[in-house]
Write a protein that binds this ligand. Structure first.
Ligand SMILES: Cc1cc2nc3c(=O)[nH]c(=O)nc-3n(C[C@H](O)[C@H](O)[C@H](O)COP(=O)(O)OP(=O)(O)OC[C@H]3O[C@@H](n4cnc5c(N)ncnc54)[C@H](O)[C@@H]3O)c2cc1C
Length: 502
């Protein structure tokens, strides 16, 4: 193979929202950088970041009950909710900055204002929601949340979900009017298009990265195959980011960095029910999250969601979890088996043994046919008609399995940035809360791999141009939060009527 000794020194693997975000941040911070992007598919943002492959929820912790667990003493743990909510405000600021400058040239809005609600029934769940609400409204970031146990009020908020209920069970809901639905695929493609036009950026679609090898001079040799011509190519890079989604684990392993030891992956696939009846779609305007079943993984919280995809209003229900041995939706059934190595076999076996509830849940989900799925939908929308709904396959998630000193291995549901100690390579593992917090996650990559630059006044100033609240708390500083939200709402046009999209 020929070694292409070019001037490029930053390689980004994958053209999903993570690599795209990091590429834009790096190009803004290091205008002379040579950035090469390799993507195995022929278009950007076609895996988890694509609109129908995820739920498009701008995760702000307004409605996701799994972000606010109840502690043993009965109080509500808000730490995760506060962190995620603040991180979403950071993402909105970055997208507003790009939009304001015309760097994201979408014809249709990529983010829309859609109420976020939680809806629960049964005395225990109602008590939990009330307690959660009372704890949350103490913080400015959640203070606009509304709570009701009044069926009439809840019917006004979400009529579709209340029709046909007998009223026997106590019911409660919270509502946040500033929730959002986001087309992460569009944002990704917008950022990649912007990068493509910049000097010093090379975007290679249909190129699969197959190997990453550290060179004696400290650089990385990245081996790729052009999937159209079958030709191999090698590129040298000073810094590599593995933003390959479900494909990241394999490449991290190939890099041979000691920090990768003990990591494994467990794939969870997903499905939606998608409504095809325009009248039904028009009668629901919210993202309404319920409570996950016992034993289910946190990302399987059921929700009935208004989506805005390319200007079209849609309605989905799900996700239904499933099991597939693929690590990418467009991957291979051998992915799981090929990911098992000496260093992770014990953590994987041990995590499997400790998560029998999850295994049982996934088996039950896989065995469900359309009728079973439909009867679950009827718990949320009692008067739903089966002929109005069709099945849609969602993206693939690879949950992290991590070596755990004492206990062998543990299954983790969040994301984790794994970096080499010299800061020349970084990878993102895991999936949730994902795209909504992509900007903060990529700032974490910069903190781990470009710590001196990040601490410099020059970078601080540039980052503050992109993210005005950078370095300050949106959780404790109400004045800054209000100013930030007002600005992003205005630039991202979040107050526009959904029935009249741009
Ligand atoms: C069912 C589901 C629902 C979700 N809902 C939400 C939600 O509501 N809100 C939210 O914020 N997040 C949600 N997420 C999470 C979110 O979709 C992901 O966190 C995010 O899209 C991950 O972006 P990424 O760039 O890391 O990965 P991806 O978008 O998967 O991109 C990775 C890219 O790398 C490419 N690639 C892989 N291997 C190679 C290789 N060897 N060489 C070259 N290219 C390669 C892939 O083709 C792909 O294009 C959801 C995810 C799923 C699956």
């Amino acid at each position: 193979m020929n070694i292409e000794q070019s001037k490029q020194n930053i390689t980004l693997i994958g053209a999903g929202i993570m690599s795209a975000t990091l590429g834009v941040l790096l190009k803004k911070l290091l205008p002379n950088a040579q950035i090469t992007i390799f993507e195995r598919l022929d278009k950007a943002g076609q895996e988890s970041s694509d609109a129908w492959n995820n739920a498009g929820t701008g995760h702000s912790a307004f409605c996701e009950l799994n972000y606010t667990p109840e502690k043993e003493d009965g109080s509500i743990d808000l730490s995760k909710a506060l962190r995620i909510s603040e991180q979403f405000e950071v993402s909105k600021q970055f997208w507003a900055y790009l939009k304001e400058r015309g760097n994201l040239s979408q014809r249709k809005a990529f983010i829309n204002d859609i109420d976020h609600m939680s809806l629960v029934w049964g005395a225990d769940n109602v008590a939990f929601l009330k307690k959660r609400y009372e704890a949350m409204v103490q913080y400015p970031i959640f203070e606009d949340m509304l709570y009701s146990e009044d069926p009439q009020q809840i019917t006004e908020w979400t009529p579709l979900m209340m029709e046909g209920r007998t009223g026997e069970d106590p019911i409660a809901a919270t509502r946040m009017a500033i929730g959002t639905d986001v087309n992460f695929g569009d944002i990704t493609r917008g950022m990649i298009r912007y990068l493509e036009d910049l000097k010093g950026v090379e975007v290679n679609m249909a190129h699969e990265v197959q190997d990453i090898e550290k060179q004696p001079d400290g650089r990385w040799l990245v081996g790729t195959e052009n999937l159209t011509t079958g030709k191999s190519k090698e590129t040298l890079a000073d810094f590599v980011f593995i933003g390959a989604g479900g494909g990241a684990l394999k490449l991290l392993d190939k890099s041979g960095i000691p920090e990768a030891n003990g990591f494994g992956g467990f794939p969870v696939s997903g499905q939606w029910l998608r409504c095809n009846n325009k009248d039904v779609i028009q009668r629901h305007e919210a993202k309404v999250y319920g409570k996950a079943a016992v034993g289910s993984p946190p990302m399987s919280v059921p929700h009935l969601d208004t989506r805005m995809i390319n200007g079209e209003r849609c309605l989905l229900f799900g996700p239904y979890a499933g099991f597939s041995t693929k690590f990418l939706k467009n991957g291979s059934y051998l992915d799981l088996f090929l990911s098992i190595e000496m260093h992770n076999v014990w953590p994987m076996l041990s995590a499997g043994a400790k998560n029998l509830d999850l295994t049982k849940y996934l088996v039950e989900q896989v065995l469900q046919d359309k009728e079973d799925k439909f009867s679950f939908l009827q718990q949320y929308y009692p008067e739903a008609k089966i002929e109005d709904w069709e099945q849609e396959t969602a993206g693939q998630r690879v949950q992290i399995i991590k070596k755990d000193g004492k206990k062998g291995g543990k299954l983790q549901f969040g994301t984790e940035v794994v970096s080499s100690s010299d800061g020349t390579l970084s990878a993102l593992l895991g999936a949730s809360p994902g795209a909504s917090t992509s900007v903060s996650i990529m700032l974490e990559v910069l903190a781990k791999c470009f710590p001196d630059n990040l601490a410099s006044p020059e970078w601080t100033k540039k980052i503050k141009t992109m993210i005005p609240s950078y370095g300050q708390s949106l959780i404790t500083n109400k004045e800054l939060l209000d100013k930030t939200r007002a600005r992003t709402t205005d630039i991202l046009k979040l107050e526009e009527d959904l029935t009249n999209p741009e």
